[in-house]
Ligand binder design. Structure first.
Ligand code: CMP
Length: 139
């Protein structure tokens, strides 16, 4: 089924001017960017987005990293978009990411791992609504 997923190009990616190279990987995989904006997250916005990780030891560092520079938030659309995006991103830890994936090619560390993608269709709907109004998504 055609799905949508929420994608974030993280501060390590924008800092190194990699947004085009990463977007090309999504598009080459058949994902369509149906919404996109570059934003500077506030601490409150980053904390809210990653609220599920609040108790994890890396939470404070993650919020600091995600607010350290601009991010690009996107909605990707396509057949099986949630899983397809996760395949294109590769494993969370770049040390475990397969050849050809975004994280293998570009990630600096398990934290500065260049991209975020929703982990389920259910979370995708929540994460998309966190950043986008329906009118901002143009299929
Ligand atoms: P993301 O897919 O955005 O979801 C949570 C983020 O926390 C993850 O990518 C990494 O950027 C960051 N992170 C830092 N350390 C860890 C860790 N040990 N395990 C999982 N995620 C981590």
């Amino acid at each position: 089924a055609v799905e949508r997923t929420l994608s974030i190009l993280k501060p390590d990616a924008t800092r190194r001017n990699l947004t085009g190279k990463i977007n090309a990987k999504f598009e080459d995989a058949g994902l369509r960017i149906v919404a996109q904006k570059r934003v500077q997250l506030t601490t409150a916005e980053a904390e809210g987005f990653y609220a599920v990780h609040r108790e994890r030891p890396f939470f404070g560092s993650l919020v600091e990293f995600m607010t350290s520079g601009p991010v690009v938030v996107q909605v990707l659309e396509g057949e099986g978009a949630v899983l397809k995006n996760r395949e294109v991103m590769g494993a969370t830890n770049p040390a475990n990411a397969a050849e050809g994936t975004i994280r293998k090619e570009f990630a600096e560390s398990i934290e500065a791992n260049s991209v975020h993608g929703s982990d389920s269709a259910e979370n995708a709907a929540i994460e998309i609504a966190y950043f986008f109004a329906q009118t901002e998504i143009v299929a």
